[in-house]
Design a protein around this ligand. Structure first.
Ligand SMILES: [Zn+2]
Length: 121
């Protein structure tokens, strides 16, 4: 497996979205590659840090795949730019949106329950 195949899908690997056989190939590459190994370690630290800070916020799978699709189109248009940071960007963008969606959803739920507790007469 080559770095060029691994890099655009590091986030999918981290999210456990790859098939078992592919995931094994990824793990093999990440353990032996001096470039991708540190990158996945950094991504894992970022993910864990953000999960600790905001454990309840997670974008719907459909939204995340739409973001990933948009970013892939972007990196395909700018290959040199894409090789440097596709995993980081895709992950950061989906997390930002997850937080935005999550807090919006929480506010909606909060408003609704406040209305429910208000006296009806
Ligand atoms: Zn590599």
């Amino acid at each position: 497996m080559q770095c060029e195949e691994v890099r655009p899908r590091l986030d999918a690997y981290l999210d456990g979205e790859l098939a078992e056989a592919e995931s094994t190939l990824f793990r093999g590459h990440l353990e032996s590659c001096p470039d991708c190994g540190p990158e996945i370690a950094a991504l894992e630290r970022l993910r864990d840090g953000i999960r600790r800070a905001a454990p309840d916020y997670r974008a719907p799978a459909e939204l995340r795949s739409r973001i990933r699709f948009a970013l892939r189109r972007e990196t395909a248009a700018n290959p040199s730019w894409g090789l440097r940071a596709p995993g980081w960007l895709a992950y950061a963008a989906s997390l930002l949106l997850a937080v935005a969606v999550g807090s919006g959803g929480t506010r909606l739920i909060t408003n609704e329950s406040q209305e429910n507790t208000m006296p009806t007469r």
